[in-house]
Design a protein around this ligand. Structure first.
Ligand code: NAD
Ligand code: ZN
Length: 358
C-alpha cells in the first residue's frame, strides 16, 4: 500500500495520512494521535450506510469504545440544531477531554463536528476522516470549523485544529460525479494558487487515477499556508479564491447549489473580471475556465448582477468599506486585492460577460 503522510505544524501539530486501503490502519493511527480513549463518531445519513459500520468495527477491534451520532446529509444540516444535537449527544455519553470526537464524512460533517469539538468542554480532541474529495483536499485540514446562520454562510465557528486526518481514498469511489466535481473545484483552486504541477493534472491529466497524489499535494500546499497564517489574517485569505462570488451564489440559491459548484462559478467570474480589467496575464482566465469545464463544473452564474452583488456585500470577509478579492495573475501567482465595496458590483459585472476572443 502506498501511503503518503503530510505533517501540519498548526495547533498541536498533526499528521494527515492518505492512501487507498488505509481503513485497516485507522485503529493504529488513532491510537498514535489520541492514545486509548473513547471515540464519538459523527457522520451523516448517506455516509452512515456506506462506511460507519466498517469504521466502527476497525476502531472496536483496536480496543476503542465507540458511540455514534448521525444527522441528515446536506448543507441544510450545517446549523445550530445539528450543533446542539452533537453537543447534547457528547454530554449524554459523558465524553471527557481525554476522549476523542471523529468526523466521518464530507465538509459538512467536518465543519459542524469540528465546531462541536472546539466548544464542547471548551475544546476536546477531534480527528477528521474525510469521505468526499472536497473534504480530503481542503476542509479536513486547517482547523476552520463552521456552521451557517440565516444571515449567511459560515458565520459562526471556531479555529480548532484536528489531532489527525485519516484519508482512505478508496472511500471516494462511491461519490457521485457531481460530488466528485465539487472536490475538483477546490483542488483546481489549489492548483491555480500552487502552480502548474498540480493544475495541469486537471487541465490535461487523468484525475481519477491520481487521487492520492492530488490529495497529498493539495494538503501539503494548504498546510504551508495554514502554518504561515493559522488565523486567517493575511496569506490564508488567498485560499478564498472564487469564494466571494461563490458564497453569494450559495446564498442566492438557498444552498441548493453545492459549495464546490458555487466556487467553480465564482472562480470563473473573478478570472474573467481579472482579464477584462487587465489584472492577469493573457490566456489565464480562458485556461481556468476551460479546466473547470473539463472537470464537469459550471462556469457562469445563474443569477443577475444585482442579486449577486447584494449577496456578496453581506460576505463576512468584508471589513468596513473594503473587501479582499483574490486575483489570479497567472497559474501559481494569486494576489489579494483590497477593493472598495462600491467597486464590487462593477467587478462582478465584468466577470459575468463572456470574454471577447483574443
Ligand atoms: N473548513 C474548511 O476549511 C472548508 C473548506 C472548504 C469547504 N468547506 C465546507 O465544506 C462543505 C462542503 O463539503 P462537501 O462538498 O464534502 O459536502 P457534503 O459534506 O455535504 O458531502 C456531499 C454529499 O456527499 C455525500 N457523501 C459523503 N461522502 C460520500 C461518499 N464517500 N460516497 C458517497 N456519498 C458521500 C454526503 O452525504 C453529501 O450528501 C461546505 O459547507 C463548505 O462550506 C469547509
Ligand atoms: Zn471552499
Amino acid at each position: 500500500m502506498d501511503v503518503k503522510t503530510v505533517r501540519i505544524r498548526a495547533g498541536n501539530g498533526y499528521t494527515v495520512t492518505v492512501g487507498g486501503g488505509l481503513l485497516p490502519s485507522f485503529g493504529a493511527l488513532l491510537k498514535e494521535a489520541a492514545g486509548p480513549c473513547r471515540v464519538a463518531v459523527v457522520t451523516d445519513t448517506n455516509v452512515e450506510g456506506l462506511y460507519l459500520e466498517p469504521v466502527r468495527a476497525v476502531l472496536e477491534t483496536a480496543g476503542f469504545e465507540v458511540c455514534t451520532f448521525v444527522f441528515p446529509a446536506g448543507e441544510g444540516s450545517k446549523n445550530v440544531n445539528t450543533l446542539s444535537g452533537i453537543l447534547e449527544f457528547l454530554a449524554e455519553n459523558r465524553l471527557t477531554r481525554a476522549d476523542c470526537v471523529t468526523a466521518l464524512g464530507g465538509g459538512v460533517v467536518g465543519d459542524v463536528t469540528g465546531f462541536a469539538a472546539g466548544c464542547f468542554l471548551r475544546g476536546v480532541r477531534y480527528v477528521q476522516i474525510p469521505t468526499t474529495l472536497l473534504a480530503a483536499v481542503d476542509s479536513s485540514v486547517g482547523g476552520k470549523t463552521a456552521m451557517d446562520l440565516k444571515a449567511g454562510k459560515n458565520l459562526a465557528g471556531v479555529f480548532h485544529q484536528p489531532s489527525a486526518v485519516l484519508c482512505d481514498t478508496d472511500f471516494l469511489n462511491t461519490l457521485s460525479s457531481e460530488t466528485f466535481a465539487d472536490g475538483a473545484a477546490e483542488a483546481i483552486k489549489t492548483g491555480v494558487l500552487a502552480g502548474e504541477a498540480l493544475f495541469s493534472v486537471f487541465e490535461t491529466g487523468d484525475v481519477r487515477s491520481r487521487i492520492p497524489e492530488i490529495v497529498a499535494e493539495c494538503v501539503a500546499f494548504k498546510g504551508r499556508i495554514v502554518e504561515a497564517d493559522e488565523f486567517d489574517a493575511s496569506v490564508r485569505q488567498t485560499l478564498n479564491l472564487g469564494h466571494t462570488v461563490g458564497h453569494a451564489i450559495e446564498v442566492c440559491s438557498g444552498y441548493t447549489v453545492t459549495h464546490g459548484h458555487a466556487v467553480a462559478m465564482g472562480m470563473a467570474v473573478i478570472a474573467r473580471a481579472s482579464a477584462r480589467l487587465g489584472l492577469c496575464e493573457r490566456g489565464v482566465a480562458e485556461c481556468i475556465i476551460k479546466t473547470l469545464a473539463r472537470n464537469g463544473l459550471p462556469v457562469s452564474a445563474p443569477y443577475t448582477l444585482p442579486e449577486l452583488a447584494d449577496a456578496a456585500l453581506s460576505d463576512k470577509k468584508r471589513s468596513g468599506d473594503t473587501i479582499s478579492l483574490v486575483i489570479p495573475r497567472r497559474i501559481g501567482d494569486c494576489v489579494l486585492k483590497k477593493t472598495p465595496i462600491n467597486e464590487l458590483a462593477a467587478i462582478i459585472g465584468a466577470g459575468m460577460e463572456d470574454l471577447p476572443c483574443r
